[in-house]
Design a protein around this ligand. Sequence first.
Ligand SMILES: *[C@@H]1O[C@H](CO)[C@@H](O)[C@H](O)[C@H]1NC(C)=O
Ligand SMILES: *[C@@H]1O[C@H](CO)[C@@H](O)[C@H](O)[C@H]1NC(C)=O
Ligand SMILES: *[C@@H]1O[C@H](CO)[C@@H](O)[C@H](O)[C@H]1NC(C)=O
Ligand SMILES: *[C@@H]1O[C@H](CO)[C@@H](O)[C@H](O)[C@H]1NC(C)=O
Ligand SMILES: *[C@@H]1O[C@H](CO)[C@@H](O)[C@H](O)[C@H]1NC(C)=O
Ligand SMILES: *[C@@H]1O[C@H](CO)[C@@H](O)[C@H](O)[C@H]1NC(C)=O
Ligand SMILES: *[C@@H]1O[C@H](CO)[C@@H](O)[C@H](O)[C@H]1NC(C)=O
Ligand SMILES: *[C@@H]1O[C@H](CO)[C@@H](O)[C@H](O)[C@H]1NC(C)=O
Length: 513
Amino acid sequence: MQFSDSRFDNKHETFHRFKWLVAALATLCIIFGVLVAIFFTSWFNLIINSQVILRDGTQTFGWWSKPPVTPMIKVYIYNVTNADEFLTNGSKPIVDELGPYVYTEKWEKKNIRFHDNGTLTFNQEKIYVFDESLSAGFEEDVVVVPNIPMLSATSQSKHAAKFLRLAMASIMDILKIKPFVEVSVGQLLWGYEDPLLKLAKDVVPKEQKLPYEEFGLMYNKNGTSKDNVTMFTGASDITKYGLVDRVNGIAKLPHYLNDECNSLMGSDGSVFPPHITKNTTLHIYDKDLCRLLPLKFEKEVTVAGNVPGYRFTPADDVFASPDVNPMNKCYCPHGPPCAPSGFFNVSLCQYDSPVLLSFPHFYMANDSYRTAFEGISPPDPEKHKFYMDVQPLMGAGLSAKGRIQINLAVSQVTDIKQVASFPDIIFPIIWFEDGIDSLPEEMTSLMALATSVPPVARAVLTGILLVIGLLMLVVAIWRLVRGANRLSSLHLATGHVGPLQTKDMPMANVPRH
Ligand SMILES: *[C@@H]1O[C@H](CO)[C@@H](O)[C@H](O)[C@H]1NC(C)=O
Ligand SMILES: *[C@@H]1O[C@H](CO)[C@@H](O)[C@H](O)[C@H]1NC(C)=O
Ligand SMILES: *[C@@H]1O[C@H](CO)[C@@H](O)[C@H](O)[C@H]1NC(C)=O
Ligand SMILES: *[C@@H]1O[C@H](CO)[C@@H](O)[C@H](O)[C@H]1NC(C)=O
Ligand SMILES: *[C@@H]1O[C@H](CO)[C@@H](O)[C@H](O)[C@H]1NC(C)=O
Ligand SMILES: *[C@@H]1O[C@H](CO)[C@@H](O)[C@H](O)[C@H]1NC(C)=O
Ligand SMILES: *[C@@H]1O[C@H](CO)[C@@H](O)[C@H](O)[C@H]1NC(C)=O
Ligand SMILES: *[C@@H]1O[C@H](CO)[C@@H](O)[C@H](O)[C@H]1NC(C)=O
């Protein structure tokens, strides 16, 4: 009797310990499940952060330095078809939108130098190759466009001394310079010899502006840029990942009225700081834009390869005049008058030429600028809006359409006879769409994975842990309850050995039913 009793006690004790062990394990499982549910996202974000940082040898670094994509620039040219009537009879200018003239691009970051403060410096290389099959014309097509160097010079001379303007007029007479030029598309973009620039280069002292004797809207852009761009790698501060720190050692533009407007701290459009929300404002920096372009969330999109992304576009008032958007006051250091709403004055970055940027077809500007011309259709957001799709988690650019129109703000100068009849007008020259349609599959599949797997992994992991925990807990509780019952039966049954067994047996059988 005693022997059997102590054996029962031993067994009972191991059972007891086992139950507590199961209960502890169950609780651990549940706690861990809850922790996973709460912290999975931040753990995952830490992994993302460590993966996107630009380090030599990683895949991200390879993709960044030599993107496996083929960006394309599509150029549309406003060919002036009634230049003579416009000048002699004051008729409304008629333009014929030609294009697209398509160039495929190859980008590579050259001379990459890492610094030990979480930045690196590089020179951007862009090679443009004309793609005849995608174009609606040839590079040799002859177009008639305003003579930008000449009209810049005459417009700038508006406030100069009268004798200077008269001198200018006779020089232009001798050189036979006319307010419109007939050039090929290739020349307009990549450069043609301009007599005025050549003259300026010969007579103006070396320190003065205008370092070229050729003029072209994309002159010198085919090749490796001389600008040393210093960019944050994300190693020291992930919130600055991909943003420009300095260009040629200079951290601020010199042109504008405050630090915010002079800031360069934007992305080149390929990568952005990760963890983009719908509240994030993305900033793009481009030298020719002459400022940061802020982009706001517009809508959710699904790009090629089934990757969900966010579409960001410039706010409607990004180029609004200061009386509409007071934030833009700092971009008008010599005003008022400032550029009208819908235009951005880049003359300070263009050797003082009166160049105004806008969106194509004067999108977001007063319609009167468009209707001052014949042949420009009303703007269509589908075709003319600037946008950029990003993968919010990793901050990678998915596709982009950088759409910008280049205009010349001509001022009438009656003292110069060649342009005396050229009225005050904002004359569109070209517009272009620069961007990437889609990423290669190796990139999109990784991004699709990165967006679809984490929520599933989190749910599955949490679910499994909680289910196992709960099951173990149920088992443990049931064991404990049964144990407690058995214990109480044991206490009740002291001395009555017979009933103990008859009482215990059915109890043990209960769950089996
Ligand atoms: C551009 O317009 C001019 C007339 O002003 C015309 O001679 C020329 O053929 C046009 N160019 C193209 C490519 O259509
Ligand atoms: C200017 O208008 C006049 C009269 O309307 C016309 O005779 C002349 O041919 C026009 N000139 C040009 C260059 O079209
Ligand atoms: C990082 O170091 C480089 C090279 O020494 C320097 O040009 C750059 O300004 C530094 N950037 C920051 C943010 O300190
Ligand atoms: C750009 O340069 C490459 C060679 O570096 C050349 O093959 C290509 O034709 C050039 N593109 C243009 C538009 O001049
Ligand atoms: C860019 O960096 C190189 C090497 O550090 C230097 O020789 C060159 O002068 C720099 N260029 C500019 C425009 O600052
Ligand atoms: C976005 O901003 C709005 C208003 O500023 C705020 O109510 C909202 O909580 C923010 N959302 C996120 C995800 O930060
Ligand atoms: C553009 O900016 C320059 C320099 O600040 C200024 O002289 C010019 O008047 C401006 N042009 C327009 C159209 O606002
Ligand atoms: C557009 O400009 C015209 C003439 O300059 C003006 O009367 C009109 O109010 C402007 N429209 C808007 C929407 O600002």
